[in-house]
Design a protein around this ligand. Structure first.
Ligand code: ZN
Ligand code: ZN
Length: 279
């Protein structure tokens, strides 16, 4: 069985600093592959800059100027936020944000996380540096993912199979299912996995999603335009386990947007029918 996957909601642009394409180049890559939807989700993380000031993250603040549909491709505004504490805290939640990007006092309270994600459609929560989890009992790292899922902006748990943090898969999947949030199957994890380390974890997670009826999202995690919308390793892994197509929530634009709405994150379902946007 071969799957059609028409949306890619985990892609990076030059803002990420170790990625190389613009949003426009990623859109063009989608267009060339007949993809229906692109989600741009750059890193929101201390890995970008030594100074965690709103000024450094202003790229996220003005995305309301992005067209909702660009060259026929629906464009979503996302971020990939680091999980940084065992309580499931996300980067920026414990960082005060007293000043605007021009150095004026902010008129209301709000963390760096709140200000950056306020105008975004969704957040992917991922662990990139799991040092803070070392030595923690599995119940605590499981709770870390559960608490991250509780965040109202979080739609997706990113590359849990690659992050190297052990957790109780069934417990996290149960909460994801309850909340209608998605577990990512990440192409990049499988692509770089020359020793097969990630493959076995990723396929175990996918297998349990299939058995428990938990929605997944298949993502490229592209850091350059030619990787956008391409998922050959993930597709063949899913085909190998006979993964049910109806649980791949990014199989088409409507399914993805309805899942985003059902998870209570935002209602963009009016973008599902593109016909009205065509000139
Ligand atoms: Zn990255
Ligand atoms: Zn990423």
């Amino acid at each position: 069985m071969s799957y059609r996957i028409a949306c890619d909601v985990h892609t990076h642009t030059v803002f990420t600093r170790h990625a190389y394409s613009t949003v426009g180049e990623n859109i063009a890559a989608c267009r060339a592959l007949d993809m229906e939807l692109l989600g741009s989700a750059d890193h929101f993380s201390s890995m970008l800059f030594p100074d965690q000031h709103l000024r450094n993250f202003q790229y996220f603040l003005n995305q309301s100027c992005w067209p909702r549909v660009w060259d026929g491709v629906v464009l979503l505004r996302g971020a990939e936020a680091d999980i940084v504490t065992l309580d499931g805290g996300l980067f920026g939640q414990d960082i005060d944000c007293p000043e605007t990007i021009v150095g004026r006092a902010c008129s209301s309270d709000g963390s760096l996380f709140d200000r950056v994600t306020d105008g975004l459609d969704y957040v992917i929560a991922s662990v990139h540096n799991g040092d803070f989890t070392k030595g923690a009992p599995i119940a605590r790292s499981t709770n870390m993912y559960v608490q991250a899922l509780e965040n109202p902006k979080v739609f997706i748990l990113g590359h849990t199979g690659r992050s190297g943090v052990p957790f109780d898969i069934d417990e996290v999947l149960t909460v994801a299912k309850e909340k209608g949030k998605l577990i990512e199957i990440n192409e990049h994890s499988l692509e770089i996995d020359t020793r097969g380390w990630f493959h076995s974890v990723c396929s175990r997670i996918a297998q349990r999603c299939a058995e428990m009826g938990v929605g997944i999202v298949v993502s490229s995690d592209a850091h350059i335009a030619p990787s956008v919308g391409r998922f050959p390793h993930a597709q063949s892994m899913l085909e190998g386990i006979g993964f049910p197509e109806e649980l791949i929530m990014n199989r088409d634009r409507r399914s993805l947007l309805e899942a985003l709405d059902a998870a209570g994150i935002c209602d963009l379902t009016d973008l599902a029918d593109l016909a009205e946007y065509k000139a």
